[in-house]
Design a protein around this ligand. Sequence first.
Ligand code: C2E
Ligand code: MG
Ligand code: MG
Length: 578
Amino acid sequence: MQSPAPTSTDAAPRQELATLMEAAGDVVFRLDLDGRILFASRRAALLIGLAHELNGTLLSDLAPDTDQPALQNAIADTGQYRQPVRVEARLKTPEKEIWFELRLNSFEQSASAAEELLVVGRDMTAQHATEERLRHMATHDALTELPNRLLLSDRIRMVIAQARRSGQGFSVATVGLDGFKKVNDGLGHPIGDAVLRQAGQRLRKVLRDSDTLARVGGDEFVAVLPGTFSEAQIKLVTGRLLATLQSPFEIDNHTIYVGASIGVSIYPQHAEDDNRLLALADAALSRAKETGKGRAITYSQRAGGPPQHDISLEAAMFQAIREGEFLLYYQPIVDAPTRQIQGFETLMRWKHPGLGMVPPARFIPIAETNGLINLLGAWALKAACVQLKQFEEVAKRPLYISVNISPRQFRNDKFLEVLDDAIAFSGVPGEQLVLEITEGTLMIDPAHAETILGKMAERKARIAIDDFGTGYSSLAYLKRFPISVLKVDRAFIKDLPESTKDAGICNAVLDLAKHMELSVVAEGVETEDQLHYLEQRGCQYIQGYLTGKPMPANVALAALKENLYEAFMPSDLRAGGQ
Ligand code: C2E
Ligand code: MG
Ligand code: MG
């Protein structure tokens, strides 16, 4: 922004500037170097309070305690370093609080006059509310309002960190309702739902505030119990949990009895990570159910846990690389309004001589653990770029290619070399390459992620957040990182348009994307109804079985010749997909 020309009587240009800003929907303040308001634009006065109350007040006095230091620092920094500063702050109005993004600039009135600050603010309240809603939806179970599986894992990891520091163990108890299916089938879902809600409330009441209670599935709850690890302690708590579910539930003139069984695992005795602790508590729960219900059982080796690893598959992978059994399939991503193919997502397949097509969900996690993913991922990236060239030759127009990057690949210090090699070898310009990463990948080490993403941006490659909405993290990263695309997970698409909750989430994501100028790809679109719903709400890109299953390159080429997504639809091609 240009500073106003220095004049001794500059009220007119300042007024002009303020008018301009108001027209752009911004609020404007002029502050002295102490942060006192000298002038507040009409819009600011309207939003925050009466004009005469604003003039003379310290701007930071309008912010709640928690935001004050940030705002005060921003004011001081702007004055001192004469650099524009951007800060997010809430300002209190008599009735509510409004989130603003404030841009502070210093300017001199004249050589002799004191310096002032010009502050331009944009109302971000709606965006904050959307973020808050999304965050809550992503981390809580809609029925009971308890934390969901994602937040649960996060809490367990937190408790593990505390336990490491304190040297004290803790336990995880999975509570399964006995006979819940009978209630649901016999009395209907609304009553079943009411039982689950009340059961959640009862369990919550007998736990301490520092314990976490989550709902993780149909009739299963998980309690994380910091500091509870001895046999006696566990017996006490599980006894309370069992007892509270024993008294009948009175719902709509029905008296309903449901008991519970509990499986417990202990950190660090049984396992040292969240997934394994949950899996072992679950194994113990199954055993409690098999051996008579209504009781709590702590995991023991003899009870047998889930298999650690598919060792035979792992051994076969090394051989498979040598034999060239890995292939790439391509799934079209289409423009919703025109239904024209814009690009493809590259999806890896393993054609195992005995097992047939092994899906990536089975082999990628193993490759991620043993490091083979670096090799496979580098190959996929390069091969996909080369393939794109051939796609474009046939389509006679630019397309883009999307490639999944796993957390381990992203963290690998050779990753940028791999990327450069793929770009140089294929001659695909960076901007036609989309790299799909999950929220989880970014959050492992945000500082490192920022550096790598910056380097990707230098190469013009675009970043897509895969499975958006399923990772537990703050949305603040959307601002911090140079992200271009959100891929909304199939979980939020599959029950559209009937599910009002999923519709709410999709709308919120589309809204957010619009504000942040991001593209949205809806994943897993299977029906015309879903496509129509999404298109109507401004979702531009669609990927799903409706517009094309993942397919071998030659099938994709044949379809590109037709230039229409219908080309994918004949049943012989459909059968060739997956
Ligand atoms: P993703 O990246 O989220 O890929 C989308 C998945 O949804 C694919 O599963 C695709 O086949 C499936 N899908 C697409 N449309 C529909 C639909 O309409 N209905 C249903 N039910 N499913 C649909 P796929 O190919 O089994 O891949 C699973 C995951 O494996 C991928 O999820 C990705 O995370 C990972 N993956 C696949 N290829 C690679 C790769 O080359 N590298 C890495 N690191 N991961 C990969
Ligand atoms: Mg993907
Ligand atoms: Mg996905």
